[in-house]
Design a protein around this ligand. Structure first.
Ligand code: COA
Length: 158
């Protein structure tokens, strides 16, 4: 099975990395796909987000880290993927994720969405929370790997 794990990854957190590591063990190939997202105003460029993912997950043998724009389901088709992986952190994620899964299924019924429950210790995490804590001078050591924490501090000029 070839699966895509899509997201904004601005930046990737331990929560994302946990999903990447676990998903990579159950699929043949995992494509980690960074969305060039015009709806969000990211702190990091797509290239920076790709670099950070490469630095933290690049040594996993069956993953490919790449960027995409436009419809996820089109990207899935071009990549030969037959599944989309999403992490579920809490019940509050469910409604949005269910809507996306149903929409993607209508657009292409060949592609399945598979959910992985986030590890309890990362259930509170989001990229915005990490950026906010870092910007206000808090310690993000338990939230992101050191290479990402360092880049965050550089970005916010600390
Ligand atoms: N651990 C920690 N944080 C997590 C997480 C996890 N396991 N899973 C999600 N998050 C956080 C992210 O950090 C992000 O936080 P932020 O809002 O503070 O930046 C938030 O949850 C949202 O997750 P993310 O995966 O970045 O983006 P998204 O939920 O907005 O979805 C796509 C992104 C790529 C799946 C979706 O927008 C998409 O497919 N876009 C392409 C266009 C398209 O096809 N649209 C139709 C889809 S139906």
């Amino acid at each position: 099975m070839i699966a895509i794990y899509p997201g904004t990854f601005d930046p990737a957190t331990y929560g994302h990395i946990d999903i990447i590591m676990r998903a990579s063990k159950v699929v043949d190939k995992l494509i980690v796909a960074v969305l060039n997202n015009s709806a969000k105003q990211p702190m990091f460029t797509v290239d920076e987000r790709l670099q950070m993912l490469n630095e933290t997950c690049g040594d996993i043998s069956n993953i490919e880290i790449t960027a995409f724009s436009g419809l996820l389901i089109e990207f899935a088709k071009h990549s030969g993927a037959n599944a989309i992986i999403r992490g579920l952190r809490a019940v509050s994620d469910f409604e949005y994720e269910f809507q996306m899964a149903l929409t993607n299924k209508i657009l292409n019924e060949e592609v399945e969405t598979l959910f992985i429950s986030t590890s309890a210790r990362y259930a509170y995490l989001s990229s915005s929370i990490v950026k906010e804590v870092a910007a206000l001078g808090g310690c993000v050591e338990s939230m992101v790997p050191a290479v990402i924490g360092d880049r965050l501090l550089q970005k916010i000029g600390k």
